[in-house]
Ligand binder design. Structure first.
Ligand code: PLP
Ligand code: COI
Length: 345
């Protein structure tokens, strides 16, 4: 096992031992190969460099309290990359190939899978990249599918379940109406870098996007879904422009398992005033409590029109904490995995 400061990993690039690659050329995928060479060699004309012909995934592997290695719901990520790559009209790996390459990646980097008990995990990042030379706008015919990983802690680097602040994005959209917000394509992240940087410079942990058509309803954060607790109900937005989060889906089931109600529906911005707890949820952020959300006319403006606070803004809410412990327990092997979400390695 690597000698790392497992309790202070945060979410940053750290070189591991190997990545796994497969190339799609002439209608077929090459056998997945382990390589220690992390550099690709593509033509400068590769579609990815000009037209963002790329999509990706994110999932985690955990070393359980029982010493066993588990990946969390890799079948769901396999399906989503098929949707994202399918939208880009690129070849995509089968579910079997996707899971096999993720498993290979974990095994080849086994010394980087954090020990149980530090709140850390191995983040697995599969990417699909269009690599053949082209000049005009076109989908890529030749593709590389690569799976890489890094040991991670919390996304922000702050302690697990510490609360952060967010700001509404009134003058930037992450996705267009009828656009690509529901796919995990690289282009979505490129277009949101500017407002993301701006909100961070202002000291906010998260930027909360509204529905791009009417700006009346909550969509999601830049890197995660939105979930709120209102009394005994878990509320999360129903929207065509948010990414279908596997964490959110799992937490909705977890909420039902724990006896809460679940509502997936449009969430008007003003309803923020009625929520007891708010969280960002996703693979990287897991469950990140949001203590308050500022509403500003524009991100650049000095005026704060309104600040919404949730419970004690400096503390994680009790329901969010229960959900955190339940889902993390399933991933760690300390809570029974009644839905068979874990894939054992
Ligand atoms: N929303 C966005 C924009 C994301 O990038 C992510 C991360 O994958 C999520 C939501 C959360 O999805 P998941 O829980 O499947 O990681
Ligand atoms: C994830 O949660 O897996 C993500 O991809 C979010 C972000 C790091 C892009």
């Amino acid at each position: 096992m690597q000698n790392l400061d497992w309790s202070n990993l945060s979410f940053k690039y750290r070189k591991t031992d190997a990545i796994i690659v497969s190339y799609y050329r002439d209608g077929e995928w090459s056998a997945p190969a382990v390589t220690k060479d992390f550099n690709f060699s593509f033509s400068a004309f590769a579609g990815v460099f000009h037209y963002a012909n790329a999509c990706f995934e994110g999932l985690k592997a955990f070393r359980g309290a029982d010493g066993k290695l588990r990946m969390f719901r890799p079948d769901q990520n396999a399906k989503r990359i098929q949707d994202s790559g399918g939208y880009l009209d690129m070849a995509t790996p089968s579910e079997e190939m996707f899971i096999e390459m993720c498993a290979m990646c974990v095994k080849e980097n086994i010394d980087f899978v954090p020990p149980y008990g530090y709140g850390a995990s191995l983040y697995i990042r599969p990417v699909l990249i269009g690599m053949n030379p082209q000049l005009g706008i076109a989908s890529s015919k030749e593709v590389v599918f690569a799976v890489m990983c890094a040991p991670v802690g919390t996304y922000s680097g702050a302690a697990s379940l510490s609360t952060g602040t967010a700001v509404l994005s009134r003058n930037y959209d992450r996705a267009a109406p009828n656009g690509t917000g529901h796919f995990k394509i690289a282009a979505n992240y490129a277009t949101s870098l500017h407002p993301y940087n701006l909100s961070h410079k202002l000291g906010y942990r998260e930027l909360l996007y509204l529905d791009p058509a009417q700006k009346k309803y909550i969509d999601e954060f830049g890197s995660s879904n939105f979930l709120a607790i209102k009394g005994d109900t878990y509320v999360t937005p129903l929207s065509d422009s948010v990414l279908p989060s596997i964490t959110n889906k799992s937490l909705q089931q977890a909420a039902l398992d724990l006896g809460y109600k679940v509502e997936k529906r449009r969430v008007p911005v003003e309803e923020l005033a009625e929520f007891d707890e708010v969280n960002a949820c996703g693979t990287a952020v897991f469950i990140t409590p949001i203590g308050s959300i500022d509403d500003k006319p524009t991100l650049e403006s000095d005026t704060i029109t309104k600040t919404y606070t949730f419970g004690d803004p400096s503390k994680v809410g009790p329901v969010s904490e229960k959900l955190y412990k339940y889902l993390r327990g399933i991933q760690d092997g300390t809570v029974e995995d009644t839905h068979n979400w874990c894939y054992f390695l």
